[in-house]
Design a protein around this ligand. Structure first.
Ligand SMILES: Nc1ncnc2c1ncn2[C@@H]1O[C@H](COP(=O)(O)OP(=O)(O)O)[C@@H](O)[C@H]1O
Ligand SMILES: [Ca+2]
Length: 491
């Protein structure tokens, strides 16, 4: 007689089918119930009114997570046509008008139902700081015009203001460390180096920073349950455009008709106006007695001599602290890695010098050979690049190397810790994201309460438990129900 397989009884088949259905139902419920509801996003807009130009950034984050774990990302950026708002000192309404195009585009980029709750900020940096020093009435008028223009859009306008140098430095530091996920995870932070046209910022955490030595350089944060004591300093006038004016002013003290500038390429020749050169609080004190109205600016293309010219814009002699960078400004010992962005990146990227593995000596050699290249050759090789930028890369590269080494005291060794970056994970490095995160309280002081298990872990545990229960039921049926036991073999 053929032996009957006990597993093929109707009872076992029914139990198996019910068991499988139960498991599928259980896992489906676990997956669906615990899946985040369809993502809805919130938005924030920040205008970076820099000295050379204004840029608009739209940030986006999942609606339910804005207070803790959600990642804020850059969704869109727009470069405002024309110069920075500080250049409209004589025609303030035009400063407002200049923003219209990018603002109209933002209206399309942000879903309509979110418009009214989307915060809109404008922060101005060193260009407006200088205008405010020079002519505060003119800077107030520019702000009035800009505010009027921004109030005309359907967003929740939160005001336009000048950021302090500390804010600019500290929010740049927050941005790079937030995007790198260093803050939430409590990892060692990275320093931030920002080079603009009219000012430059250095910000880093140094374990050897005694706040009492220079309290004005200290910014303290408590973020995700960790305390940070940040050193930050902003050097007004030491952005690359103002530094160039200061370097030119040094070379034209006696009011000559022609200067031979080692920071410009051999064969470069341009007529420049003294009035433009001295039209800045950064250089006015050096105005020569009887300057001719124009001078011929010619190039000699010599990196070493250019470094000597650049060094003259720094004061390395006075320091009332235990240690200084320059101009009698305290700076604690450098520590860790650094992200260098904005003009640091634009210049070093053009010069092909962003690779972190390039030694400082090689950087200097490459700069020396670039500066020595005749101007006509440079123009031929780069037909698409704006001539103004093109003529200044030799100066800017030399200025960057000198600022980093002579100014901030980076050595051949520590230079390798600098990463020249434009963006991190799709969001631009700069102060704007940190500024918005701060103003919207999006980085909590304390670590958020995370769910005990992530979604995938939750689904796995439910699935495994369901399977184990099913096996247990089958085994107990097999052990304790006589009908399930194998029948004795009948001979
Ligand atoms: N493609 C580029 N090549 C060289 N320099 C650039 C490029 N794009 C922007 N820059 C420079 O980057 C700097 C940006 O400074 P900006 O943010 O406007 O000023 P600040 O931060 O001092 O208010 C300016 O000097 C500008 O000329
Ligand atoms: Ca800037």
């Amino acid at each position: 007689m053929k032996e009957k397989n006990p597993w093929h009884t109707p009872a076992t088949i029914i139990i198996t089918v019910i068991g499988v259905i139960a498991i599928v139902a259980l896992v489906t419920v676990a997956v669906l119930q615990n899946r985040p509801v369809l993502q809805k996003y919130k938005y924030g807009i920040v205008l970076d009114a820099g000295s050379s130009h204004t840029a608009l950034y739209i940030y986006e984050w999942p609606a339910e997570k804005d207070n803790n774990t959600g990642r804020v990302e850059q969704k869109y950026s727009c470069k405002v046509k024309g110069k920075g708002i500080s250049s409209y000192a004589n025609t303030p309404e035009k400063a407002g008008e200049s923003l219209n195009e990018c603002m109209q585009e933002s209206v399309k980029q942000v879903p309509k139902e979110r418009h009214h709750e989307t915060p809109l900020y404008l922060g101005a940096t060193a260009g407006m700081r200088l205008l405010n020093l020079e002519n505060s009435l003119a800077s107030d008028k520019v702000f009035q015009a800009v505010e009027k223009a921004l109030q005309g859009f359907p967003f929740s306008f939160q005001g336009a203001r000048i950021l302090s140098g500390q804010e600019e430095g500290a929010f740049g530091w927050v941005t790079v460390n937030y995007l790198d996920d260093r803050l939430k995870q409590g990892l060692e932070t990275t320093g931030a180096l920002d080079l603009g046209g009219a000012s430059t910022q250095i910000s880093f955490v140094s374990d050897n920073y005694d706040i009492s030595e220079s309290p004005s350089n200290s910014v303290t944060f408590r973020l995700y349950g960790n305390d940070y004591n940040l050193y930050t300093h902003s050097f007004l006038c030491y952005g690359k455009d103002q530094a160039l004016l200061m370097a030119l002013a040094h070379q034209t003290k006696s009011g000559p008709k022609t200067i031979v500038d080692p920071c410009f390429h051999p064969g470069y020749l341009e007529q420049k106006q003294y009035s433009v050169l001295y039209d800045s609080p950064c250089v006015s004190a050096r105005k020569p007695q009887n300057p001719t109205t124009t001078f011929s600016h010619t190039g000699a293309g010599n990196f070493t001599q250019c470094q000597d010219v650049v060094k003259k814009v720094f004061n390395f002699t006075s320091c009332q602290y235990s240690r200084c960078s320059f101009n009698d400004v305290f700076q604690p010992p450098l520590q860790g890695t650094y992200g260098a962005f904005s003009a640091y990146y634009f210049v070093m990227d053009f010069l092909n010098l962003t690779d972190a593995s390039t030694p400082l000596e090689t950087v200097k050699q490459k700069l020396a050979s670039y500066c020595a290249t005749p101007w006509n050759q440079i123009v031929q090789q780069h037909p698409t690049i704006k001539v103004k930028y093109l003529s200044e890369y030799c100066f800017s590269g030399t200025y960057i190397v000198t600022l980093l080494t002579e100014g901030y005291n980076f050595t051949s060794e520590s230079y390798a810790n600098i990463n020249f970056i434009k963006e991190i994970k799709g969001s631009d490095a700069g102060w704007t994201l940190g500024y918005m995160l701060n103003l919207t309280n999006m980085i909590p002081a304390e670590a958020p309460d995370l769910p005990p298990l992530p979604h995938a872990g939750y689904v796995s545990v439910v699935t495994i438990t369901a399977l184990l229960l099913f096996v247990l039921v089958i085994l107990s049926l097999f052990c304790f129900c006589p009908g399930f036991k194998k029948q004795p073999h009948i001979v």
